[in-house]
Design a protein around this ligand. Structure first.
Ligand SMILES: *Cc1c(COP(=O)(O)O)cnc(C)c1O
Length: 527
């Protein structure tokens, strides 16, 4: 394999699959494989002395930066416009996206994002609004934030909402800070410092609790993948500030004892934080406030379609119960008569402060609002029902071949399988997932939740048609039968057909090479 100066392979690895017909092993002069282009880094193809724009020379100015003035050129790579466009288009084609195929990642809700939402978010009154412009000039934007907040409260039967958190994990932090403030206001800040977190929790839950100084006390999951009220009661005590529970949980199951758990938590003087990232499964079906929840974040980017992946942007508004409403962070939108005001400083209130510089992710608010308006109450309920139906269709259609730890129960939005069925085949969950790439599918979530061995968590969402689900199921059945027949080659070396083969992910995580360094001139000449 030829390496470039940065140690990256310049050509795809040899395609040496034993069942390969040889066509894919054929080397090409360019390194491209048909329309599958090898794209170097922009630093490798651009040159500092080239530019795609023709600007007049800048006016003479007297620099006032003193010693801070840059002495050497910035050394940014330049390309002509067509070259720059090609570079980014080629990179984008290497990206697997919900717009290119079914994205079965569990715990992530990769659903279709209607184009209408994008159009609405680009309306100049929303898209070009500046967070510091006079409030009289952006009443419509404030009204939208206010209305969306009201609707989130309505959908969850909660009292107040904090719109500013910028992701699910940020929302968790916000909700737990409100709980911390409420406990401090009761004068119990020094004594109530434990947060109960079930074993099956999303990793962000214990991380959030620990970040703001709580001690995490784990609650073991029951045999059936749900949290047992007895286990919660045994862990409760005068030192417990809150429980953080995910519902539907990360095994894709609805927590049936949630009301009993909420009552026990309240009786012990603690608060009930619900991780509502999986709200997509229950919108319009049940309201967390009615179940005894005190605080819950909603991932707009999972439930109300606003796009995510690749690190954002997200939006994680937090709804708060009557008991916590007074501690909501600033800013918030207040409606007086027909005027909306962004209350920036909640002086004289018990607000715990603020989470962000401004009011939150405006573009995401617009997309979520457009999603809600275009679906209506019945449409949102149907989206939840269809998401659950699609997940159960997958669970039922694969259950005879792949073992499912809680497969005898209906699941909610995601279907969970383990690796019991792969025992003795020489194929692991990782191998199976990698073989899916050769079939043109993004793998499902692997090895999560941790409470299930070799977990494979599949969330199809409501976006997929029956035909699309059927093809996905047929593909997984074909792979599963192949694994059971002992065709290990199809798996252990997979992916064979991706631009890159199996990466050393541990080394990439431990020793990431994040910086491009210009090769020495002689090395360049030698290459
Ligand atoms: C996605 C998710 C989170 C975190 O949300 P981010 O927006 O990625 O920070 C937390 N909990 C659960 C259960 C999730 O699925």
């Amino acid at each position: 394999m030829t390496m470039n100066t940065q140690g990256r392979p310049t050509t795809p690895a040899a395609h040496d699959a034993p069942h390969d017909d040889g066509a894919s092993a054929r080397k090409t002069f360019t390194g491209n494989r048909g329309l599958d282009m090898e794209e170097p880094l922009i630093f490798e193809i651009g040159r500092p002395d080239v530019t795609g724009v023709d600007l007049d020379a800048p006016l003479a100015v007297t620099p006032r930066l003193g010693a801070l003035a840059r002495k050497a050129p910035l050394d940014l790579p330049g390309l002509s416009e067509p070259e720059a466009v090609r570079h980014y288009v080629r990179l984008s084609r290497n990206n697997y996206a919900i717009d290119s195929g079914l994205y079965p990642l569990g715990s992530c809700t990769m659903k279709h994002n209607p184009r209408l939402n994008e159009k609405m978010a680009r309306l100049p009154g929303f898209g070009d609004a500046h967070p510091l412009q006079p409030q009289a000039t952006c009443q419509g934007a404030l009204e939208l934030i206010y209305t969306l907040g009201e609707w989130l409260c309505e959908l969850t039967a909660m009292k107040a909402v904090a719109m500013s958190p910028k992701a699910g994990a940020h929302g968790e932090l916000c909700g737990m800070m409100a709980i911390k403030a409420a406990i401090a206001a009761r004068g119990e800040g020094a004594t109530r410092n434990v947060v109960l977190v079930p074993d099956s929790a999303h990793g962000t839950n214990p991380a959030t609790a620990a970040l703001i100084g709580f001690t995490v006390r784990p609650v073991p999951a029951g045999e059936d993948g749900t949290v047992r009220p007895d286990a919660v009661k045994a862990a409760l005590g005068p030192d417990v500030a809150a429980i953080m529970l995910t519902n539907p949980n990360t095994c894709g199951l609805f927590e049936p004892a949630i009301v009993e758990i909420a009552e026990a938590v309240h009786a012990a003087g603690a608060y009930f934080y619900c991780d509502g990232a999986n709200f997509n499964a229950i919108v319009g079906k049940t309201k967390p406030g009615d179940l005894g929840v005190d605080a819950m974040h909603i991932n707009l980017h999972k439930t109300f379609s606003t796009p995510h992946g690749g690190g954002g942007p997200g939006a994680g508004p937090v709804v708060l119960s009557e008991r916590l409403a007074a501690f909501a962070p600033a800013p918030f939108v207040r409606k007086q008569d027909e005027t909306y005001a962004l209350v920036e400083h909640a002086k004289g209130t018990t607000s715990f402060g603020r989470m962000t510089a401004f009011h939150g992710q405006m573009g995401m608010f617009v997309r979520a609002m457009a999603y809600m308006l275009s679906h209506g109450a019945d449409g949102m309920r149907q989206a939840s029902e269809d998401a659950v139906l699609a997940a159960n269709y997958i669970r039922a259609s694969l259950g005879d071949l792949m073992s499912a730890p809680f497969g005898d129960r209906m699941c909610m939005h995601e279907a969970l399988f383990d690796d019991e069925w792969l025992k003795g085949t020489g194929v692991t969950t990782l191998d199976f997932a990698k073989a899916m790439i050769d079939e043109g599918y993004h793998p499902m979530t692997m090895y999560f939740p941790l409470v299930v061995h070799g977990a494979m968590l599949i969330e199809p969402t409501e976006s997929e048609s029956k035909a699309s689900l059927d093809l996905f199921i047929a593909t997984l059945r074909d792979l599963a039968m192949s694994a059971k027949k002992g065709e290990t080659d199809r798996f252990t070396g997979a992916p064979y057909l991706a631009p890159r083969r199996r990466l050393d992910e541990t080394r990439a995580a431990r020793n990431p090479v994040l910086k491009w360094t210009r090769p020495a001139p002689q090395a360049e000449a030698a290459e």
